[in-house]
Design a protein around this ligand. Structure first.
Ligand code: HEM
Ligand SMILES: *[C@@H]1O[C@H](CO)[C@@H](O)[C@H](O)[C@H]1NC(C)=O
Length: 568
């Protein structure tokens, strides 16, 4: 009761203090539902008076500028006089009261159970970075807090507002006239109450994140199922501010992932429900896909600035600023796109995730190249088929051809073996190729990136696939050897080969060995990709040993047959 009474007294005092001005406040610009602004400029006294009304309890701040950083703002909260502050950063410590408060001519903050009002008059002749002209649009930033303690804002906006002039005494009914505002049709005013969510005007030159999902703002990008990201660089401090809002309840992981998976990445994980503090949210490295591979970095590397994890019944929000350059860590770029990884948990307990995406995004920009989790079983099948085909089947098929004289059994057995092994290899290649294309489609959100040349594996893989199929088809319809005449006695004596047959044989050999070289390269690079993707051992050595043994033996035996022949 006492509190209410004193609030009312405060309110009355505030109202009378500013009622004494000869210029009544004008306009009522709705910044968002339940947050509005009135203003007036006194050109005689070179001042501007602004009143911000918030239908709730919390601190209120407003400044002139296009972004939060390095802007001077008036901030008010109960039991203290509103004052001018410089907004040096996103953490509370970087918001510092100005030494020189002389630009602030009049100030008041009143609060009732349901309403908070900040009113102030600023001198326009004092140098606090305000460049205001009556009748012209000016960018302002405005915010209110989730509580009366000056901390993270629950709403903030950048908007352009017309400041109107008063040269002593204005008709009182002008108080209700809304000031013309950029993007007015998207902004409901008091006179035309519209249910539609308020959107930051497009004219605002700097993206304005809004921590409320009813008002998506520029610069906030969608990064997953019910999740958005806002980033802003502070070049001066060399940091990037991150805000991840997840429409759900669960832990949030966000970080840098130069690979395509969570494994091998450096992430920040926030665990809601646990106390915020050292070190939640914390910096982790992920050495594998499993929980066992999630390692909290030692405390000297826990350098996040102002990291918080918050949760209500519907949303979980992770915020932090991180240095762009840190020893032994992937660096972040303020200009170039960064490779990010994002995941949310099925619950608050750090464990399985319900979504996981890698993508690239530039700070304050958009995101692209979304990729969900690569499926290990698909890539293992692709790799196994390709390795068997090109590491075992094709080398054996070629050996059969080279060592035909050594192969016992009925005549032409070498050829049937060669044909069978190669057909099997081509079949494996077609199936393995289809699995790769399917897997790429499966893990891409939006436009899949097939056969792009990063890594080269994909492009070379496509070339191998085409060459192998064409080689197989041409071989099936090859120009045949001239048939030995059945009537003739001497079947031992083959007839002359046709020119076409001769050309085909050369082509078949050249393409065959080219394919072998390309495919060995690709198996090796594929095994590396697989190892990177799933943080497993690179099986390249095993492949080269198998290939080496088969080829070595074949070459030795081939040399032996040639020597024996020349010895005859
Ligand atoms: C001659 C052998 C191989 C051929 C012809 C081949 C072919 C291909 C092709 C065409 C793609 C891209 C599919 C697309 O973009 O839609 C691909 C991707 C891939 N292959 Fe192979 N591959 C071979 C061997 C291997 C091996 C042995 C592995 C080991 C597991 C492997 C692992 C992968 C992986 C992980 C990708 C995905 C690359 C990425 O996401 O950037 N490949 N392969
Ligand atoms: C929960 O938090 C989100 C994000 O900050 C906010 O948009 C939403 O209004 C909050 N909901 C409640 C019920 O407080």
């Amino acid at each position: 009761m006492m509190k209410l009474a004193s609030s009312i007294l405060w309110f009355l005092w505030g109202a009378t203090a500013f009622a004494s001005l000869d210029c009544p406040l004008q306009g009522n610009v709705v910044l968002t539902d339940g947050f509005s602004l009135s203003q007036v400029m006194n050109t005689e006294e070179q001042t501007v008076t602004v009143q911000l009304t918030y239908q709730g309890q919390g601190w209120i701040g407003m400044g002139f500028g296009t972004g939060m950083l390095n802007t001077v703002a008036v901030i008010g909260f109960p039991d203290e006089n509103p004052a001018l502050y410089t907004l040096g950063g996103y953490d509370r410590a970087s918001v510092t009261e100005l030494d020189d408060q002389s630009a602030l001519r009049d100030r008041d903050f009143t609060q009732t159970e349901t309403e908070s009002i900040l009113t102030f008059t600023l001198s326009l002749t004092e140098n606090v970075g305000i460049n205001l002209m009556a009748g012209e649009e000016t960018s302002i930033i405005a915010a209110f807090g989730m509580s009366n303690t000056l901390d993270y804002h629950s709403f903030r906006t950048v908007q352009r507002v017309f400041f109107t002039e008063c040269a002593g005494g204005m008709p009182t009914d002008s108080m209700a006239t809304p000031a013309p505002v950029a993007g007015e049709d998207s902004m409901p005013s008091v006179e035309s109450p519209v249910e539609a969510p308020v959107e930051a005007p497009v004219a605002a030159p700097v993206s304005a994140p809004v921590a409320s999902d009813s008002a998506p703002a520029e610069g906030v990008i969608s990064i997953g199922n019910g999740a958005t990201l806002f980033t802003e660089a502070n070049e001066e401090q060399g940091t990037i501010f991150f805000e991840i809002v997840y429409e759900g309840q669960g832990w949030i992981g966000f970080g840098v992932s130069p690979g395509q998976t969570m494994a091998g990445s450096e992430v920040i994980i926030g665990v809601p429900g646990s106390a915020v503090g050292p070190t939640n949210p914390g910096k982790y490295v992920l050495s594998s896909q499993s929980l066992a591979g999630v390692t909290l970095l030692p405390s000297e590397q826990q350098t996040l600035i102002d990291a918080t994890i918050e949760q209500n019944e519907t949303h979980t929000v992770l915020r932090y600023s991180k240095l762009m350059e840190e020893d032994g860590e992937f660096s972040l770029s303020a200009d170039e796109p960064n490779p990010f990884v994002f995941a949310t948990g099925i619950s608050n307990a750090l464990g399985n995730h319900n979504q996981r995406f890698t993508f690239s995004a530039s700070v304050g920009g958009s995101a692209s190249g979304f990729s969900s989790e690569p499926r290990r079983e698909l890539w293992a099948a692709h790799g196994a088929l390709m390795t068997i085909a090109w590491g075992i089947l094709v080398p054996l098929a070629i050996s059969c051809s080279l060592l035909r004289d050594l192969i016992p059994g009925p005549e032409g057995l070498w050829f049937r073996l060669h044909q069978f092994l190669n057909s099997l290899a081509i079949t494996f290649t077609i199936v393995g190729f289809a699995i790769a294309v399917y897997a790429i489609n499966d893990q891409s959100e939006g436009e899949p990136e097939h056969f792009d040349d990063s890594p080269k594996h994909k492009l070379i893989g496509l070339i191998i696939f085409i060459l192998a199929v064409v080689q197989g088809l041409i071989a099936a319809f090859r120009p045949h050897l001239p048939k030995a005449d059945k009537n003739e006695e001497n079947v031992e004596q083959p007839k002359e080969k046709s020119t076409l047959r001769f050309i085909w044989e050369i082509k078949h050999r050249v393409v065959g060995f080219t394919l072998l070289g390309l495919s060995w390269y690709n198996v090796d690079s594929g095994l590396k990709l697989f190892a990177d993707l799933f943080q497993e051992d690179d099986m390249g050595i095993v492949f080269w040993v198998v290939v080496g043994v088969i080829s070595g033996l074949a070459i030795l035996l081939f040399a032996f047959t040639k020597l024996r022949k020349s010895g005859d």
